[in-house]
Design a protein around this ligand. Structure first.
Ligand SMILES: Nc1ncnc2c1ncn2[C@@H]1O[C@H](COP(=O)(O)OP(=O)(O)OP(=O)(O)O)[C@@H](O)[C@H]1O
Ligand SMILES: [Mg+2]
Length: 209
């Protein structure tokens, strides 16, 4: 998909609901859909960012220095304007899309979100650190206490943390949430057992919240 709009959202939600219902895990739709949506929005944003940097800020934007920061700020402005329609159009024309795949094997649901723009090593480092931080935080406010505003975040910078916390509340080991890249694509992956234990964890944790 080239953007998150109500029709792409519904499509993803319906597919996920079908799978979950088949495994009697319908109650997990809301937490899992939130995770998938966060990963998809990241992938779409990464695609847009790539187009934006290639088209509008080609020089000296190697991930360091003032130019990069200026370009990143302009990118954020562009993103906030009217749903970034312009970038969506360019992504569609060039077929730079973000895709989600669901796969169930031995009761384990694996979700893979792929976008065709490899990350930089620096971005991956940031993500690794985030996932480490997410393990040591009990809730999102803990995270805000540790981190003052980071100017390099494209958004509030909490999407992955939120995803990690949701997975933790389902009793899922965070080592199954991975973001990797090779020369061609970036891949975000998570794995959740579709079992009564996962449901019990979820119900226990949402009740006490
Ligand atoms: N698919 C991806 N491709 C490239 N970079 C990614 C991808 N997913 C995440 N990232 C990088 O990881 C960073 C952290 O993602 P996260 O979702 O936590 O924050 P955010 O998207 O910046 O803000 P928010 O989710 O609060 O709007 C992003 O800013 C981006 O640099
Ligand atoms: Mg995000």
């Amino acid at each position: 998909m080239y953007s998150m709009n109500s029709s792409s959202e519904n499509r993803v939600k319906k597919t996920l609901a079908l799978i979950l219902n088949k495994y009697n895990c319908g109650v997990l739709l809301s937490p899992l859909y939130t995770c998938v949506k966060e990963l998809l929005i990241n992938a779409i944003k990464a695609n847009y960012k790539n187009i934006y940097f290639e088209d509008f800020a080609p020089n000296g934007t190697d991930g360091d220095g003032l130019n990069y920061h200026t370009a990143l700020r302009l990118f954020k402005l562009e993103m906030s304007r009217e749903d970034a329609k312009n970038l969506e159009r360019l992504a569609r024309r060039r077929e730079i899309s973000a895709d989600v795949f669901f796969y169930v094997d031995s009761d384990i649901l694996t979700v893979t979100v792929i976008n065709p723009t490899p990350m930089t090593e620096k971005e991956l480092d940031k993500i690794r650190q985030k996932l480490i931080d997410a393990e040591s935080c009990n809730d999102i406010s803990d995270y805000f206490l540790i981190h003052a505003d980071d100017p390099e975040n494209e958004g509030a910078g909490i999407g992955l943390i939120l995803t990690a916390m949701i997975l933790r509340s389902l009793g899922v080991d965070l080592s199954t949430l991975t973001i990797t890249y090779d020369r061609a694509v970036t891949r975000a992956k998570l794995a959740v057992p579709l079992t009564s234990t996962t449901i019990e964890n979820y119900e226990k944790n949402t009740q006490s919240a």
